[in-house]
Write a protein that binds this ligand. Sequence first.
Ligand SMILES: Nc1ncnc2c1ncn2[C@@H]1O[C@H](COP(=O)(O)OP(=O)(O)OP(=O)(O)O)[C@@H](O)[C@H]1O
Ligand SMILES: O=P(O)(O)OC[C@H]1O[C@H](OP(=O)(O)OP(=O)(O)O)[C@H](O)[C@@H]1O
Ligand SMILES: [Mg+2]
Length: 397
Amino acid sequence: MALIQTSLQQCPAAAAFSQFLPSSSSHSSTRFSVKFAVSCFSASSPVTIVNGNVDMKSAERNEIRLGLPSKGRMATDTLDLLKDCQLSVRQLNPRQYVADIPQLSNVEVWFQRPKDIVRKLVSGDLDLGIVGLDTVSEFGQGNEDLILVHDELAYGDCRLSLAIPKYGIFEKINSVKELAQMPQWTAEKPLRVATGFTYLGPKFLKENGLQHVAFSTADGALEAAPAMGIADAIVDLVSSGITLKENNLKEIEGGVLLESQAVLVASKKSLLERKGLLDITHEILERFEAHLRALGQFTVVANMRGSSAEEVAERILSQPSLAGLQGPTVSPVFRKIDGRVKADYYAIVICVPKKQIYKSVQQLRAIGGSGVLVSPLTYIFDEETPRWRQLLSKLGL
Ligand SMILES: Nc1ncnc2c1ncn2[C@@H]1O[C@H](COP(=O)(O)OP(=O)(O)OP(=O)(O)O)[C@@H](O)[C@H]1O
Ligand SMILES: O=P(O)(O)OC[C@H]1O[C@H](OP(=O)(O)OP(=O)(O)O)[C@H](O)[C@@H]1O
Ligand SMILES: [Mg+2]
């Protein structure tokens, strides 16, 4: 067997290519091997070519790696979330797959396809990633090394659902149970299901008692498969439901496999072993939590006549929608009345859920509030985020 070695520095083609290969890390058990034609060789290098295969044994890395979606609808929303948390990603060139976040030193951002982010977390080539929960579940396949650090990033909402035609033999079928009981499905003529979710789809149907099922897979426009006669049912993502409707398909009772939204996911091994990763994860988590908590709230400032701060506070707390996050802030507004400095007005500040804003303003007015100012909140930093405690406990720390 011919062994030829070459150095990345001496071979620009190999150096350029190598950035797309997973590096071996402290817990990557597999060594990555790829067909690669190299035209420059030298005798002193970490790259081994065995019969045309390159075996990468790159050095241990010190950088923390965050994987972000390089394409699809998650890509821009993810960058927007980070920007809203003052963590702007700096990408010198849109065709470059590596970037950084100036506020987080020692963090490399790698743009990857969502499924590859999950695969690379499992292989140890990424430490953190942001993708949809559907992708984590499908490509993580229950791997215990994947830990959800934040499971509700409030975008990319969709559900993974089983859908069947509204017409023909399915017209009166409205639940998975009824679908499973249809006499039509036999070993010779199984229910044909088209899905891109080849792990979650079969698992779900098996768990739901469907014995005779045949799966086919496609990368997109699955909703066309029943009308084309290729499949009887599909398992695909649904958000508004418009695509299903336009293709004469329906969801059925018990047919939701998974509710999904964007999540922050980490490799457990990396969290335990990679220097600095826990601190960075804590910082990202705190920034996300502070931003996401604030998203749903308004700050409300109003003036209220009263005899004392306590008396004003009591009036506010008598109203169900005015409790605020930890109770109202009530501050005296001092005025000079008849030559004496007195407080007969109080300024009150409360946080109010956006959905309750009008009800809250009505309640404020009802108890004597005037000059009500409402403004958006940017961040709400709590003493400690419950998710951080949960993460530490999942890590056994
Ligand atoms: N209709 C949808 N509405 C909201 N979020 C969705 C929808 N479809 C998918 N998603 C979420 O966005 C993620 C990325 O989906 P998207 O279709 O943009 O990219 P992709 O599936 O990687 O690309 P492609 O569909 O072109 O193969 C999904 O894994 C899911 O979490
Ligand atoms: O319920 P809706 O809001 O109609 O969204 C559902 C559609 O969105 C996704 O497709 P996407 O737009 O990603 O196209 P694709 O089929 O090429 O993946 C998904 O695969 C559905 O087809
Ligand atoms: Mg898609």
